[in-house]
Ligand binder design. Structure first.
Ligand code: PMP
Length: 367
């Protein structure tokens, strides 16, 4: 959709990346780190001061202290962290439960390990977890379950009770959890993120995945980290050592220095303001807000009042005819299930949103 957006000079509310400037201190730290000579390989597990900052901030936020030396590894982004976590535990013929709609790397990553994705749809209309279906899907081959909270594309957030329910289902098995928590800093309306590593029963079987791309609004920096208990982290590092080995040094130094005076967890109010501005503007158009997004960069909307086209066709039509790019929901399903919903990214300048809305206001109902 981003390619189509460029081709048609459309306003890009499709892919999840911000268009507002980076915090100026981050750019300065990056420039200075390189100028001061931090340009050679960083340690395999990551720059020590960065791992320490992560450990401190995580402990302060979630009241559990991952060991910075043995339980945190810096990665070149979260997508890499997800793949490496999967590859470090999967063997051929294992099964991995994926809750759909799902971020697009999960299924191919599982297949790249010669394992089988078992896709379970979240329940309509508001994408709640189908515990019965998960229970039925679990068998001796089930190696892992991927959980994404806050969720891309719906924004849905897991409460502690959800983790408790999952724990009850898997406590007598050796099933791992891959917890994609890249939007953990972006929860709205006072909601709290609960991390899998916080859960006493799940801590020894989870890999929690994070992205500075999301938490610092710098997706192009491709910097992230993984938190897992020592034994699991050893499995992870066995692969990491020969996949990427280490991660851009000046970028790690810059983020470590930035975090000396800034907290990762102060972003929610900023992003909630963007969500609210977006929702207010969208409510004046013929789109229907599906459910107010509780977290992440994203809002789903229905286009029932505009068209009955399939979602991918509609998203292309919208880009070509009205110059606003969005993402259809069906590609988030292996089966390409079409719920006539599209995803907007609201992590944008207010002016970008205003410009997009001017275009969306031109669309007649039942176009
Ligand atoms: N997981 C989810 C749910 C995402 O939305 C994204 C980015 N769109 C990622 C992982 C990837 O993050 P990164 O850019 O750090 O690889």
């Amino acid at each position: 959709m981003s390619a189509l957006a460029n081709e048609h000079k459309a306003i890009n509310l499709s892919q999840g990346f911000p268009d507002y400037p980076l915090h100026p201190a981050l750019s300065e730290h990056l420039f200075n780190a390189s100028k001061q000579g931090f340009n050679q390989y960083a340690p395999m597990i990551g720059w020590a001061p960065l791992r320490e900052q992560i450990a401190n901030q995580y402990a302060h936020q979630y009241h559990v202290s991952p060991n910075p030396d043995t339980e945190i590894t810096i990665t070149p982004g979260a997508t890499y962290g997800i793949f490496t976590a999967l590859a470090s535990i999967l063997s051929a013929d294992d099964e991995v439960i994926v809750l759909e709609p799902a971020y697009d790397s999960y299924v191919p990553n599982i297949e790249m390990c010669n394992a089988t994705p078992i896709c379970i749809a979240l329940k309509a209309p508001f994408f709640s977890v189908d515990w019965e279906a998960i229970k039925k899907a679990i068998n001796a081959k089930t190696k892992a379950i991927i959980v994404n909270t806050p969720h891309n594309p719906t924004g849905a957030v897991w409460a502690k009770e959800d983790w408790n329910t999952l724990y009850d289902l898997i406590k007598d098995t050796a099933i791992y959890i891959i917890a994609d928590e890249v939007y953990d800093t972006l929860l709205f309306d006072g909601k709290q993120h609960f991390s899998a590593f916080q859960h006493e029963g799940l801590r020894n079987r989870c890999f929690c995945i994070y992205s500075f791309g999301k938490s610092l609004h710098a997706t192009g920096w491709k910097l992230g980290y993984v938190i897992a208990e020592h034994a699991n982290m050893q499995l992870f590092r066995r692969l990491h050592q020969y996949l990427s080995f280490s991660v851009s040094t000046p970028t790690q130094v810059a983020v470590a220095r930035f975090l000396e005076t800034n907290t990762l967890y102060a972003q929610a109010a900023f992003m909630q303001q963007k969500r609210d501005f977006f929702l207010d503007a969208l409510s004046k158009t013929p789109f229907k807000i599906h459910q107010k997004s509780p977290g992440s960069y994203f809002q789903l909307a229905s286009y029932d009042a505009i068209s009955d086209m399939p979602d991918t066709e509609f998203a292309k039509w919208l880009t070509i005819n009205y110059g606003v790019a969005t993402i259809p929901l069906s590609p988030f399903y292996k089966s390409k299930k079409d719920e006539r919903l599209i995803r907007f990214c609201f992590a944008k300048e207010e002016q970008t949103i205003r410009n997009a809305m001017q275009r969306l206001l031109q669309i007649p109902s039942n176009a």
